[in-house]
Design a protein around this ligand. Structure first.
Ligand code: SF4
Ligand code: SF4
Length: 107
């Protein structure tokens, strides 16, 4: 399946970025949360949460549903395949979000 560029996968999943991803794209460190650091683990061992779920999409998702760091995005994002089960799950979650917003008069 061809990607529909709906942005659902960037709105509904947490992406775990590794230190290698952060070295390639320093904006991840500046703009995203460390997952489980609690200040006690070395930054070099940390991983970063770069998408936070239904109410807060990935900070790099642009309003046209393109990725603002496309060329340097995390490996997890590179490996995501349109048409596979997670893509379908994300699109279903996005449909549910839109129904909810429509119910609140925000769609
Ligand atoms: S959810 Fe699937 S179709 Fe939509 S942007 Fe992601 S990969 Fe493409
Ligand atoms: S980094 Fe780009 S591809 Fe990955 S979740 Fe964010 S917007 Fe989507």
């Amino acid at each position: 399946m061809k990607c529909l560029r709906c942005g659902a996968c960037c709105r509904h999943f947490i992406v775990e970025a590794t230190i290698g991803d952060v070295r390639r794209e320093p904006r991840i460190d500046r703009e995203c949360q460390i997952l489980d650091g609690h200040g006690t683990i070395l930054r070099q061992q940390a991983s970063w949460s770069i998408a936070c779920g239904k109410t807060s999409p990935c900070p790099f998702l642009r309003s046209d549903n393109r990725c603002d760091i496309h060329k340097t995005k995390p490996r997890e994002c590179r490996q995501f395949r349109p048409g596979e089960a997670l893509c379908a799950e994300a699109r279903q979650a996005e449909r549910a979000r839109k129904v909810l917003l429509a119910g609140k008069g925000k769609a």
